[in-house]
Design a protein around this ligand. Structure first.
Ligand code: NDP
Ligand code: 8X3
Length: 252
């Protein structure tokens, strides 16, 4: 029987690339996001290209009731989840502490931190049965704080801490817990961060070759396919132009 991966935030970027990587490997997919049309297009494409089964669930990870309703009551055939990828997340704004918008802060905390907690908790009974694997998508922003990154960085530091806590608390169930912390990757991330300002978003990736969503998918595939007794705890990955959150070399 095919394995099952549940990927949050699968309508674009890393989530979509991870869906394709695992579908190509024959895995069935549970895909979640808020944008129904985009998510269902990804699901259809995966079914058509790779002949895998998909289940698309439309909800906002910030909505506790919706998360538990959708993930806590999965159809029986979809409950045997082998991997949960907590990927749904975003940055909003890049402003100094005194200028930053409170609603942006709340949305980042509610999505990146509380959403990840709700999704993990909702599917934990299934993961325990399956001796499954949780892969949390952090960021280099979760390793070092950078100027004007305040609450986005804090939310990703929380992802790092939650990953460590899950690994400790879930040892008894033989659940693997891995975090992947990428540096700059060209996706819709900056477009969302800068609220649709395409010029500002593309400037983030100018003058160097950033990572691609497929690089993150390859890493997720790697950490998911090591031998049963091995758990990759923590992966920090950047493009060659980047050393960490602070040091990025752009060609003139
Ligand atoms: P994208 O904007 O392309 O993808 C974000 C995904 O998250 C979308 O599928 C979006 O779906 C989903 N999402 C966002 N908010 C919610 C919500 N409230 N409820 C449900 N789904 C939600 O960006 P990336 O692929 O780049 O980002 C994926 C993850 O990677 C994020 O956690 C981000 O912080 C992290 N990251 C990104 C880096 C980068 O440079 N790109 C580097 C390091 C980490 P929808 O809008 O349809 O709900
Ligand atoms: C996304 C990468 O550098 O914008 O997490 O924080 S960065």
């Amino acid at each position: 029987m095919s394995k099952i991966i549940l990927i949050t935030g699968a309508s674009s970027g890393f989530g979509k690339a991870i869906a394709e990587k695992f579908a190509a490997g024959g895995w069935n997919l549970i895909l979640t996001a808020r944008r129904k049309e985009k998510l269902e297009a990804v699901a259809k494409d995966m079914e058509k290209k790779y002949g895998v089964k998909t289940l698309s669930l439309i909800f906002d990870v910030q909505n506790k009731e919706a998360v538990f309703q959708e993930l806590g009551n999965l159809p029986t055939a979809w409950q045997a989840i082998d991997i949960l990828v907590n990927n749904a997340g975003l940055a909003l704004g890049r402003d100094s502490f005194e200028n930053a918008n409170l609603e942006d802060w709340e949305t980042m905390i509610d999505t990146n931190v509380k959403g990840l907690l709700y999704c993990s908790k909702a599917v934990l009974p299934f993961l325990i049965k399956q001796q499954g694997h949780i892969i949390n998508i952090g960021s280099t922003a979760g390793k070092e704080v950078y100027k004007d990154g305040n609450v986005y960085c804090a939310s990703k530091h929380a992802v790092d801490a939650i990953t460590k806590a899950q690994r400790i608390d879930l040892l008894q169930y033989k659940i693997k817990v891995t975090s992947i912390h990428p540096g700059a990757v060209e996706t819709d991330f900056s477009l969302v961060r800068f609220k649709g300002d395409a010029a500002k978003a593309s400037a983030v990736y100018a003058g160097y070759e950033p990572l691609k969503a497929e690089d993150i998918a390859d890493t997720a595939w790697y950490v998911a396919n090591v031998p049963k007794h091995v758990c990759i705890n923590d992966v920090v990955m950047t493009c060659v132009a980047q050393a960490n959150s602070m040091y990025l070399h752009k060609d003139a």
